[in-house]
Design a protein around this ligand. Structure first.
Ligand SMILES: [Ca+2]
Ligand SMILES: [Ca+2]
Length: 262
């Protein structure tokens, strides 16, 4: 299948698991409606892959023959009551991937092989209340950015997940006013050394069962532009180093005691 030069959207309710698609010029979006399969697609110049409107127990995406995928969009995937949808991405050649959550998504999302993962919850539209809940497993990622921003006051986008990503050393969180970002449960960010939190939303980094920075020699919680002081982080202490966090509006750093709620 070869698409034209414009910005194309293909909606596929039933697609061969090994279909071949050439997106051509323009920003193209392949929407797998009701996806419920394991897909090993061949694609080029298809910039966005969307999984939409499915309660499948699992979806697999093998990316070794998918060239140029920049965005994975989850739109109404899984159901927190009947069960999360297990989504696995493997063998993608990407150095970076954007993951956008629109509507309610209850997923256990596993992304292997991609070093930089940017998660955005929200689409800037009032008719969708956007959330990603479940589990985020990142086998190779060293950089993780999480943004909760619907572009509208009162839209309250939510990211609430256990994050298992023990190679991530940089975590950026941008929580817009009214949003909520929670990394809870048995979250493992053991290698974390740099945290950059911005925005006026509510941020909870870690819970009692989490490992945050436990294997890192350098831990720094940079507390930036977080006007409402509603950031809570549970950091581990090791190697005798003191944990530090920056207070808003002050220069320098202040030591942060073990498991101190800062
Ligand atoms: Ca294209
Ligand atoms: Ca929205």
């Amino acid at each position: 299948m070869k698409l034209g030069e414009g910005d194309d959207v293909i909606r596929a309710w039933s697609i061969s698991a090994t279909a071949s698609i050439d997106g051509g010029a323009g920003e193209d979006n392949l929407v797998l409606e009701g996806a419920h399969n394991n897909y090993a697609l061949t694609s080029s110049e298809v910039e966005t892959l969307t999984l939409a409107n499915t309660n499948a127990s699992s979806i697999g995406l093998v990316g070794e023959n998918m060239d140029g995928v920049e965005n994975l969009v989850l739109k109404n995937v899984g159901n927190a009551v009947s069960g999360n949808t297990d989504i696995t991405l493997a063998n993608f050649p990407n150095s970076e991937l954007n993951v956008q959550a629109v509507n309610q998504n209850a997923v256990d999302l596993s992304i292997a092989d991609i070093p930089v993962v940017n998660v955005v919850v929200g689409d800037g539209k009032t008719n969708t209340h956007d959330a990603l809940t479940g589990t985020l497993n990142l086998g190779s990622a060293t950089n993780l950015n999480i943004t909760a921003d619907d572009g509208i006051n009162g839209a309250n986008p939510t990211f609430s997940a256990e994050v298992n990503a023990n190679r991530v050393n940089y975590l950026g969180i941008d929580a817009a006013n009214g949003s909520r970002v929670t990394l809870g449960g048995q979250t493992d960010l053991g290698a974390l050394s740099n945290v950059d939190v911005s925005g006026a939303g509510n941020v909870q980094l870690g819970s009692a069962g989490s490992l945050i920075g436990s294997a890192s020699k350098k831990r720094l919680c940079e507390y930036r532009k977080h006007e409402r002081r509603n950031f809570h982080g549970l950091f581990h202490r090791q190697y005798g180093h003191r944990q530090q966090y920056r207070l808003p509006g002050r220069a320098g750093f202040k030591p942060c005691e073990q498991r101190h709620l800062c």
